[in-house]
Design a protein around this ligand. Structure first.
Ligand code: PNS
Length: 163
């Protein structure tokens, strides 16, 4: 059974993320979405809220599971017996950072391979930070995130986040 892990902050999950989840679920037997619990990034949503939002929008994909994690990605992967990391690439500017991370993870665990998936061009300019910025400034975010979670995002922005 080929199990891949798709890690990220997902603060919040976007249409671009969901596209990568759906496409990887067709390629691998199981896709574990790993939500990084990283206080340093000052996330808007708690890890549990982010996990719940992804579960909601990916509920129709049966071979996807979602968990929060802290610590090293390669350690999180071990519990699922996974040696494949999925990363989405939007632009050339993503490449340098992702290349560095892929090499770092490889040196932490030589068995781990990183697979890059080109983001669908219609999502290439979407990021979680951009979604938050647009929502904060009162713009509509329905083109950027799954409609099931729009209300949740707007509500959170109005309340100023959890931390
Ligand atoms: O969505 P993001 O914030 O770009 O995702 C970054 C993420 C979670 C993939 C990366 O920060 C990560 O893998 N962190 C886990 C800690 C770790 O393993 N670090 C060493 C490899 S970078």
């Amino acid at each position: 059974m080929k199990i891949a892990v798709y890690p990220g902050s997902f603060d919040p999950v976007t249409n671009g993320h969901l596209d990568v989840i759906k496409r990887s679920a067709k390629v691998f037997d199981k896709v574990i979405v790993g939500v990084l619990d990283n206080m340093a990034k000052k996330p808007l949503f708690t890890p549990d809220e982010r996990v719940d939002m992804i579960k909601k929008v990916a509920s129709d994909i049966e071979n996807v599971e979602v968990y929060a994690f802290s610590g090293l990605l390669v350690d999180f992967m071990k519990q699922f017996d996974s040696a494949v990391i999925i990363k989405g690439l939007r632009t050339i500017s993503d490449f340098e950072y992702e290349f560095q991370m892929a090499l770092l993870n490889k040196s932490l665990n030589p068995d781990v391979e990183t697979f890059f998936m080109m983001t669908d061009s219609k999502y290439s300019y979407i990021s979680s930070s951009m979604v938050k910025e647009v929502a904060r400034l009162g713009g509509g975010i329905d083109e950027f995130v799954p409609c099931d979670i729009i209300k949740e995002i707007d509500k959170k922005i109005k309340n100023g986040g959890h931390r």
